[in-house]
Design a protein around this ligand. Structure first.
Ligand code: PEP
Ligand code: MN
Length: 339
């Protein structure tokens, strides 16, 4: 439920309202707009239902509105049009479209540093690379662990790029947070609720990737798990879903972008690499993603894709990556945005 306050509600009235929300067993969430202040009341359905009756009668409250969606903080109904997440000097969710790029897995210091330098030259501002890899087979490369995180950190020092990297297990969360600017939850863990709760307690923005077989509502419910634990800096990433189509690794659900933007204020980025699974579909899908309103792209890049430890088939070489960025800039400009 949200409480829309009367214009000119006094500080005493606001404090009284906040105390009443807490007494009702709910958590208040204040958004101060230019004209009106809105207070979200978050908690169990039953407690909201009981409090709804008295809420509208509180001094300073103009009206009480129930949030119809099962996700609350992630919903636009909370009274927020758009969230812009600031990380270092990068803004995600604003007019500028962010480019996150890098290898699937961190392989060597030299490799990740060289990739970082090249993606930066092409226009990326965030370096991605997995040190903990969610692999289908336990016999394939699982990532370098902390060593990989150190390499990412070295590459950041050299290039000034921000670092985004995946965490798979709550036991590694503190370690990953020591090195990462942005923490990533992979598709396979989108419904690992304990992990989501733990990530909800850290002070780093989170890229939450859509689960392989998840609906948009389930995706937003997972964002809600993170947000309801205190971390509201969630970046949603559409990365393709499983369908009966086998021409591509997954089917990129481009409609998810406008759908989510209608339902939620959170930034939405698109990862065409994991969706396509094949490098030559990455560029057209990236252009489409910008056209439908994505706030960012996540792209896998490798200098010698055939030698990559993982996901070589979908990785772009430097020249194709930089050509892709050149074209995405044109699409961005056509819709009044920039890259
Ligand atoms: C990744 O981004 O490294 C990754 C494993 O992607 P996903 O979780 O989308 O499969
Ligand atoms: Mn990958």
């Amino acid at each position: 439920m949200i409480l829309v306050l009367k214009r000119g509600a006094t500080t005493d009235q606001v404090n009284y309202i906040l105390s009443k929300i807490e007494q009702a067993g709910l958590k208040p969430h204040i958004s101060e707009g230019a004209d009106v202040t809105i207070i979200g009341c978050i908690g169990h359905e039953a407690a909201v239902k009981v409090f709804f009756g008295e809420a509208e009668a509180l001094p300073g409250v103009d009206k009480a509105i129930r949030i119809s969606k099962p996700y609350k903080l992630a919903s636009k109904e909370i009274g927020k049009e758009r969230t812009v997440i600031k990380v270092g000097n990068v803004e995600i969710g604003g007019n500028n479209i962010v480019v996150i790029a890098g290898p699937c897995a961190v392989e060597t210091l030299e490799n990740v540093t060289e990739i970082a330098e090249n993606i930066k030259a092409a226009g990326a501002t965030v370096l991605r690379g997995g040190a903990f890899k969610p692999r289908t087979s336990p016999y394939t490369f699982q990532g370098l662990g902390e060593e990989g995180l150190k390499y990412l950190s070295e590459a950041r020092k050299k290039t000034g790029l921000l670092v985004a990297t995946e965490v798979m297990d709550p036991r590694d969360l503190d370690l990953v947070c020591d090195y990462a600017d942005i923490v990533q939850i992979g598709a396979r863990n989108m419904q690992n609720f304990r992990l989501l709760q733990e990530v909800g307690k850290v002070k780093k923005p989170v890229i939450l990737k859509r689960g392989l077989c998840s609906t948009i509502q389930e995706f937003l419910m997972s964002a809600e798990y993170i947000m309801s634990n205190g971390n509201e800096d969630v970046i949603l990433c559409e990365r393709g879903i499983r369908t009966y189509e086998t021409s591509t690794r997954n089917t990129l659900d481009l409609s998810a972008v406008p759908v989510i933007k209608r339902l939620s204020h959170l930034p939405v980025i698109v990862d065409p690499s994991h969706a396509a699974g094949i490098w030559y579909y990455v560029e057209p899908l990236a252009l489409g993603a910008i056209a439908v309103g994505a706030d960012g792209l996540m792209i896998e890049v490798h200098p010698v894709p055939e030698k990559a430890y993982s996901d070589g088939a979908q990785s772009l070489k430097y020249d194709t990556f930089s050509e892709m960025i050149r074209k995405t800039k044109q699409v961005a400009e056509a819709i009044g945005r920039s890259i």
